[in-house]
Design a protein around this ligand. Structure first.
Ligand code: GLY
Length: 588
């Protein structure tokens, strides 16, 4: 009943009775809500929350059952790091196109004690990898080999990353992996999009796998069908029982090495045993009254993000209206320059020298924008062929907890279902991250991104990434937690989502869901989502830009944390799951 109805009760006695009933009702309502909050969602029948407002903790991920796994460990006393581990493990089961244990990722975090963390668990090139391994005898790039099948895989880093995260967590690993094991062993209901996805991938799975895999069956999959992954459940149990060695040594490592030998793969048991997580120094820079914390190399994301903020600030981006021809042109021209630098200068700093300080310095970036002409399209002089394909291969998780920790994790198999090879007997998908190297200078990878020797293949080297898990601080406290999949579109989507909140004062929901656009130097086009404003497209065309409509850009998971009212300690958490997929926000 609405409270206003109380004032309609003229008789005092009636009012008291009603008031008592109301109290009883609210007591039951609280009990019911608490019960619902404690109970885990039904794996066989569940809905998506696209946005929530809560005041303690929130998880946003690509799948409702994964967000729920993260939330439930926080309710058991865990923090945001516990949730990051549980959510990633659950994603490896319920979102096998990108969630993974056969891939790699990055975590950026800001702890309640003020420490910034950047964990690099990116895949690395196997010891037998060589610079020319994807070239034929005439030195032509055979790009299918870096994209599909066993040779496309780098040494996976995710499981090592989870154990490196554990030192910041509170609960035992066995508690954090429990839900993922349950989901794999007992199954869960597929969403409509997942069922379609499996049906569309039938041929590629069959082509790349000798044995039966869980995602392939004769009858078409449909929404609500239950996916059981027994082999994956057994792999997860080995990780639960033996820790990091349950993946990198023993039976799982043997299964990976054997799978490699059934085709042209080169990952060995020694590669797996030698894999190491690297704790990096998080990239931090100011933007207006905020501090941005993001991922350094081997992700290009942090450098690009910093360049975009600095180049657009020079020309006062916020003075132009949201999605006006002036603001879009400014962002596009900054993106053009940042991606040209990515291709020329960036690679794994443990192997090559990258002039990071210069690339993000004010004087360098002032020079970069010196030839910017408002109202006239710039020109990426060396046009290279290349297409930006729509892809949801990577996945992002944003988390905040009641203690004040914020965690942003982006993890990937590279392409959708990675190399399309599932490890026989272990039931998980292997990445095709080798395609993120520059297989030959000037030859575009599957995102149309080009590179040179800086990002050439070498044993143990990590391929250049675009993943940009990011936290924005306001008054030294987490204000925004954000990230997205989308290959090269990742830094531009993260940038646009942040300026949408900070400069354009859009609601968190609009900041995520309004159409996105992207330019990456080569090819020299602005790619826009289908709902990008038509007259704005015409205006940009008149300036000399070529606009290409494409599918969705990214699946951004964004949390904003703000103080409410006069009481500084009372916080309002708004968590938004991108409308572009099955993404889901949960919290309490
Ligand atoms: N595989 C996508 C990225 O790391 O950027």
């Amino acid at each position: 009943m609405d409270v206003t109805n109380l004032y309609l009760c003229k008789d005092n006695c009636q009012f008291k009775t009603l008031h008592l009933r109301m109290k009883k009702l609210s007591f039951f309502a609280i009990c019911f809500t608490t019960f619902c909050a404690q109970a885990q969602i039904n794996h066989f029948k569940y809905n998506n929350n696209k946005n929530i407002t809560v005041n303690k903790a929130a998880v946003v991920s690509a799948h409702a059952l994964a967000s729920d796994a993260g939330l439930s460990v926080m309710k058991k006393g865990g923090n945001a790091f516990d949730a990051a581990i549980a959510t990633q493990l659950a994603l490896a089961v319920v979102y096998p196109g990108a969630g993974n244990i056969g891939g790699g990722g990055f975590m950026v975090a800001h702890t309640s004690s003020g420490k910034n963390i950047a964990l690099d668990y990116r895949e690395s090139a196997p010891a037998k990898a060589t610079k020319d391994m994807y070239l034929d005898s005439a030195k032509n790039a055979v790009t299918i080999l870096s994209m599909e099948g066993r040779l496309a895989s780098g040494v996976p880093g995710t499981v090592a990353g989870l154990f490196a995260t554990l030192k910041y967590a509170k609960l035992p690993f066995s508690t954090l992996i429990e839900e993922a094991i349950n989901l794999a062993e007992k199954g869960f209901a597929l969403t409509k999009a997942q069922a379609e996805d499996f049906n569309n991938s039938h041929a590629v799975f069959t082509r790349n796998n000798k044995n039966q895999v869980a995602f392939v069956r004769d009858a078409p999959w449909k929404e609500g069908d239950i996916l059981i992954q027994t082999e994956l459940a057994n792999t997860l149990k080995r990780i639960r029982d033996k820790g990091v060695k349950g993946f990198y040594e023993g039976e799982t490592a043997k299964l990976i090495a054997t799978e490699m030998k059934t085709g042209n793969g080169i990952i060995t048991e020694a590669d797996l045993k030698n894999y190491k997580v690297k704790e990096r120094v998080a990239m931090q820079f100011p933007y207006k009254d905020y501090q941005i914390i993001t991922m350094p190399l081997p992700s290009s994301g942090g450098i690009i993000l910093q360049q975009l903020f600095k180049m657009t600030a020079q020309k006062n981006l916020a003075s132009f209206p949201f999605h006006s021809k002036e603001s879009v042109q400014l962002i596009v021209e900054a993106e053009r320059r940042a991606f040209a630098d990515r291709a020329e200068f960036m690679g794994d700093e443990d192997f090559v020298k990258v002039p990071v300080k210069t690339l993000v310095s004010d004087s360098y970036l002032k020079n970069r924008m010196a030839d910017y002409v408002a109202g006239k399209a710039g020109n990426s002089s060396k046009i290279q062929p290349g297409q930006i394909k729509e892809s949801e291969e990577t996945t992002h998780i944003s988390i905040t907890d009641a203690e004040g920790n914020a965690v942003a994790v982006t993890t990937t198999l590279n392409d959708h279902f990675g190399s399309k090879t599932i490890i026989s007997g272990a039931g998980f998908v292997m990445n095709n991250e080798m395609d993120d190297f520059s297989v030959k200078p000037g030859v575009p990878n599957m995102y149309g991104a080009i590179g040179n020797d800086k990002n050439a293949i070498a044993p143990g080297k990590r391929m250049l990434s675009s993943m940009t898990p990011t936290i924005v601080l306001k008054n030294n406290k987490p204000f925004i937690v954000v990230g997205t999949p989308g290959g090269t579109t990742i830094p531009t989507s993260v940038f646009q989502s942040i300026v949408n909140v900070i400069d354009y004062k859009l609601s968190a929901i609009d900041a995520v869901n309004k159409p996105k656009f992207h330019h990456q130097w080569q090819p020299d086009i602005i790619s826009v989502e289908k709902d990008f404003d038509k007259s704005l497209k015409e205006d940009l065309n008149k300036m000399g830009y070529k606009i290409v409509e494409r599918g969705t850009i990214g699946r951004t998971e964004l949390i904003t944390i703000t103080a409410t009212g006069n009481i500084k300690s009372k916080i309002k958490i708004t968590a938004v799951a991108d409308k572009r997929g099955d993404d889901d926000a949960r919290g309490y």
